[in-house]
Design a protein around this ligand. Structure first.
Ligand SMILES: Cc1cc2nc3c(=O)[nH]c(=O)nc-3n(C[C@H](O)[C@H](O)[C@H](O)COP(=O)(O)O)c2cc1C
Length: 219
């Protein structure tokens, strides 16, 4: 029998693409009958304890100037114990990942971009101390309509000559939505075993993860 799970989806965004990704994942999970709390981490009220009672945590943050948004780093630091105790996913959203996925790039260019994404994600894990659940990178967007002049030049410089965006009169979205669907499904699948053990056991009998933050697995 399919049971309703509770997902917390938190995102950190500047120009809106990460919010779009978080909303997309929320829609998918809601369509499957789950309860989803969708929250912009930057505007989360201080009294909110969003992770209380959730079955899984989905977090997404974009990269600006080679760093993930600081509010997400702070949020993960503060909630590390509970995030590590439940199935979780973290999505890193960047244009470097777009370059890593670009078919027109050479194998070398893709490898360099891939290494760069890995380095920025490693930095996030280092800064937060987060035990990684599912960690993925997603290609971002070029949002000309939302950039200031300074942001426009920052993105032009980042993309360089080869990746220059052909039509600056519109926004360009590079996120692979099927990949985001697959990720939501993966996270949903990981909640199945733990949800059954939720209130009655300290450990999930299927995946052996501790169900009570701080509990030490007996094996
Ligand atoms: C000022 C600025 C700096 C950026 N710096 C980086 C960067 O260092 N590395 C990168 O891969 N992408 C960088 N980007 C691209 C963003 O990650 C991309 O536009 C993403 O869609 C932003 O996500 P958001 O819309 O959720 O804020 C930068 C974008 C801007 C506007």
């Amino acid at each position: 029998m399919k049971t309703t799970k509770r997902f917390f989806i938190g995102y950190a965004t500047r120009q809106g693409q990460t919010a779009a990704i978080a909303s997309h994942v929320a829609l998918r999970l809601r369509a499957r009958g789950h309860f989803v709390l969708l929250q912009d981490i930057a505007s989360a009220p201080s009294w909110l304890d969003p992770l209380h009672g959730c079955d899984a945590v989905f977090l997404a943050a974009s990269i600006h100037k080679r760093r993930h948004e600081p509010e997400m780093v702070e949020f993960v630091r503060q909630n590390l114990e509970i995030i590590a105790a439940w199935p979780s996913a973290f999505i890193s959203v960047s244009l470097t990942q777009m370059m890593a996925e670009r078919q027109s790039a050479t194998a070398d260019e893709r490898a360099i971009a891939h290494r760069d994404v890995q380095a920025m994600t490693d930095q996030f894990i280092h800064d937060t101390g987060r035990h990684p659940g599912i960690v993925r990178a997603a290609a971002a967007a070029v949002a000309h309509s939302r950039y200031s002049i300074a942001e426009h030049w920052a993105v032009t410089r980042l993309l360089g000559e080869r990746e220059r965006i052909s039509d600056p009169s519109r926004d360009h979205v590079y996120t692979s939505w099927p990949s985001m669907d697959a990720l939501a499904d993966d996270l949903e699948a990981r909640t199945s075993c733990c949800a059954a053990a939720r209130r009655v056991r300290a450990f999930c009998p299927t995946c052996f993860r501790a169900r009570i933050p701080g509990a030490i697995a007996p094996f």
